[in-house]
Design a binder for this molecule. Structure first.
Ligand code: NAI
Length: 346
């Protein structure tokens, strides 16, 4: 079977790490038809639109996207393309697994955390205006519908994947209405899942608790902004932003992307770490039902990490982005093949 996927190479290191991921994906033997479009400033030059109609139509057709990071101007300019795409396709659940890889020096071994972030509202609604000169207002929108569906997503994931505990992270002591609603919805949904322990932590305390002892958490359930900040904090537990994948999931589609940004400081030098995008591709393969291929890539990636030398410099290796991909492909070629059914049994 051939899978149609919308490919957005992105800006900065995006094209380099995406090229590495596509080469690894194609080496699995799974057949892809890529529909490639740019978005953001590059797209504006060509189409006079930041998100071209052709890109929207492609995602409507394929329902699956693999996306590189896209730069967003700070303090002015166009709105975040990432946020726009998530809102446009109602990709309400941002799923970020945080797990160590072999031989990456970190302060904490054996971290296994799942972050579930609401992706469509909160302060990311982008409703800001100037009330009078010198006074601006930014609105935090929270709805019962969105709070309930993200909680349901988290509890369903926990049930299916035998996770034990969900902490809802909030600041309801200050934002009594908005974060209060988030907590009420989480508690209500949680009552339907008695086998999963439900707890609540205030976001600032959570930052300290995470750094003191990340093992006390299993799954973190959050609104948009807290999820964004805490994801980067948790990426540091397992070696940094170059390693952590994510999936944006909705009822009718999904877009897979790394947690990191465009890294302009290292763009175009063939030194960016492609692991985060490759791990995001793994999530995509599983979403497409290609469990055998996902298993193959995961094993090969871990093998390359175990050997060490063929990883990028940010994690102590000696290879460039493309050589790292070569090593993963070589490791896949030398691994024994397994069927989807065999993988499902493990
Ligand atoms: P960033 O993630 O691009 O970079 C932060 C630091 O991590 C930099 O030192 C960078 O070199 C390093 N880094 C990031 N990815 C790496 C990789 N794969 N390998 C090795 N090192 C890596 O964050 P920053 O600088 O805050 O944002 C830059 C731009 O990216 C901004 O325009 C921002 O809006 C955009 N961005 C886009 C995202 C997306 O498309 N989903 C997510 C986050 C930021």
């Amino acid at each position: 079977m051939q899978h149609k996927v919308t490919l957005i190479p992105g800006d900065g290191i995006g094209p380099e790490v995406m090229r590495a991921a596509v080469r690894v994906l194609e080496a699995t033997g799974v057949k892809f038809e890529w529909e490639t479009f740019q978005a953001g400033a590059d797209a504006y030059e060509k189409y006079h639109e930041y998100i071209p109609k052709e890109l929207i139509a492609s995602i409507e057709r394929t329902r699956v996207g693999l996306k590189g990071p896209i730069g967003t101007p700070v303090g002015g300019g166009f709105s975040s393309i990432n946020v726009e795409l998530r809102k446009r396709f109602e990709l309400y659940a941002n799923f970020r697994p945080i797990r160590n890889l072999p031989h990456v020096p970190t302060r904490y071994p054996d971290v296994d955390l799942i972050i579930i972030r609401e992706n469509t509202e909160g302060l990311y609604s982008g409703i800001e205006h100037e009330v009078v000169p010198g006074v601006v207002e930014s609105l935090k929108i929270m709805t019962e519908k969105a709070c309930t569906r993200i909680s349901r997503f988290a509890f369903e994931y926990a049930r299916k994947n035998k996770r034990k505990k969900i902490h809802a992270i909030h600041k309801a002591n200050i934002m009594k209405l908005s974060d209060g609603l988030f907590l009420r919805c989480s508690r209500n949904v949680g009552k339907e899942y008695p086998e999963i322990t439900y707890a609540e932590h205030i976001v600032d305390n959570t930052c300290m608790q995470l750094v003191m002892n990340p093992y006390q958490y299993d799954m973190l359930l959050m609104e948009n902004l807290y999820g964004d900040i805490i994801s980067d904090l948790c990426a540091a537990f397992v070696g940094g932003l170059g390693l952590v994948p994510s999936a944006n999931i909705g009822e009718h589609g999904a877009i897979f992307e790394a947690v990191h940004g465009t890294a302009p400081d290292i763009a175009g030098k063939n030194i960016a770490n492609p692991t985060a995008v490759i791990r995001s591709s793994l999530l995509m393969l599983r979403h497409l039902g290609e469990h055998e291929a996902a298993h193959k890539v995961e094993q090969a990636l871990e093998e390359v990490f175990r050997k060490g030398d063929s990883t990028t410099k940010d994690i102590g290796g000696k290879a460039g982005t493309s050589e790292f991909a070569d090593a993963i492909i070589a490791a896949m070629d030398s691994a024994p093949a397994r069927t989807n059914a065999e993988v499902a049994r493990t």
